[in-house]
Design a protein around this ligand. Structure first.
Ligand code: NAD
Ligand code: UDP
Ligand code: UDP
Length: 321
């Protein structure tokens, strides 16, 4: 059964966030009607302000830990604080947003018999002992540490998605997102790309946690959204989990040096303590995404960083004006 976006009513939870706002935009571009649901915990109305005049777009303030009764044709479930600073602010609320939120959105999908896609994460692999990480790897997660509210919450959400599939034959799609960056990241959410760019643009020291030899793989937001749109459209028997990310792998020192160079910054490097349970390495094996979706990222780190730097440069300029 093929799925087309044109004319469909699509629910995006967390639609006023970084990834959600780009997804809403792209769905409107392909002719869908979009219902954006957000409680504005980490999202901003400013992220969707440019969409409010579109008659096919509707924004609704709602917390998904509370049941939601609407009529839609498909659900992208993105609502959840995503940066370590934000998800550790109120860890119990984070687990509730992920677990209770998933139960409500799965209940909604079950009533509507509609497709539902979960924004899962590479954090389900924890501090991985297998490198790069294929979807078959079960992970290495500390269940009682400061990251557990998020990591274990997202693992439990995956369990719920697969149990709703087994018990209720729900058409589920589980997308494991690896570190994604781009315009509309929150400048204060503590994630590495936004931190380094803002520090470099302001000429402040670049804060490297630990030695800086830990690695991450960074995917530009436009590539990521392409993967999400493709996965939702797949045949009903394609459930995932499926890694969506950019297999380029960089140390935090390399990332800092690249950002300093691209911004012509005079910033120096400052080493701060490594947070507890910080994964040492991370890189997606995207063979499954290539074979199932014909998807792979097309935007290099330097190109994506250039666009993101231009965004933050404008934002910081506006704040000063
Ligand atoms: P974000 O914080 O910018 O967006 C999350 C959005 O969800 C925000 O608008 C927030 O207000 C909203 N939200 C939070 N709790 C809610 C609740 N209870 N009810 C309704 N809305 C709520 O983060 P993001 O980077 O856009 O992440 C979006 C999704 O993608 C998250 O589920 C995250 O776990 C996942 N993800 C992101 C990345 C990444 O690198 N950006 C990596 C892996 C997974
Ligand atoms: N739910 C919802 N919207 C709906 C249908 C269900 O928010 O349109 C919620 C419902 O309140 C419940 C959850 O989804 O708490 C799970 O629903 P399900 O039918 O799977 O379980 P049950 O209602 O039997 O507990
Ligand atoms: N990091 C850093 N300096 C910062 C922010 C983060 O060195 O100012 C490191 C962090 O310790 C981690 C990596 O960058 O090793 C990615 O951190 P982020 O919070 O962006 O994502 P996650 O750890 O969830 O992958």
């Amino acid at each position: 059964m093929t799925f087309q976006y044109r004319g469909k009513r699509i629910l995006v939870t967390g639609g006023a966030g970084f990834l959600g706002s780009h997804l809403c935009e792209r769905l409107l571009d392909v002719g869908a009607e979009v219902l954006c649901v957000d409680n504005y915990f980490t999202g901003r109305r400013g992220n969707i302000a440019h969409l409010l005049g579109n008659p096919l777009f509707e924004a609704m303030r709602h917390d998904i830990t509370v049941p939601l009764f609407v009529e839609v044709d498909a659900i992208f479930n993105l609502a959840c604080p995503a940066s370590p600073i934000h998800y550790q602010l109120d860890p119990v609320a984070t687990t509730k947003a992920i677990v209770h939120g998933s139960i409500n959105m799965l209940g909604l999908a079950k009533r509507l018999k509609c497709r539902i896609l979960q924004a899962s994460t590479s954090e389900v692999y924890g501090d991985p002992e297998i490198h790069p990480q294929p979807e078959t790897y079960w992970g290495h997660v500390n269940p009682i540490g400061p990251r557990a509210c998020y990591d274990e919450g997202k693992r439990c959400a995956e369990t719920l998605f697969f149990d709703y599939r087994r018990q209720h034959n729900l058409p589920i799609k589980v997308m494991r997102i690896f570190n994604t960056y781009g315009p509309r990241m929150h400048e204060n959410d503590g994630r590495v790309v936004s931190n380094f760019i803002v520090q470099a643009l302001q000429g402040r020291p670049i804060t490297i946690y630990g030695s800086g030899n830990q690695t991450r793989s960074f995917c530009y937001v436009d590539d990521l959204i392409g993967g999400a749109l493709g996965l939702m459209k797949t045949d009903v028997d394609v459930t995932g989990p499926i890694n969506i990310g950019n297999p380029g792998e960089f140390t935090m020192l390399e990332l800092a040096e690249t950002i300093v160079r691209l911004t012509n910054s005079s910033s120096t490097i400052e080493h701060l303590p490594l947070p507890q349970d910080d994964p040492q390495q991370r890189r997606p094996d995207i063979t499954l995404a290539r074979n199932t979706l014909g998807w792979e990222p097309t935007i290099s780190l330097e190109e994506g960083l250039g666009r993101t730097i231009a965004y933050f440069d404008r934002q910081l300029g506006l704040q000063q004006a």
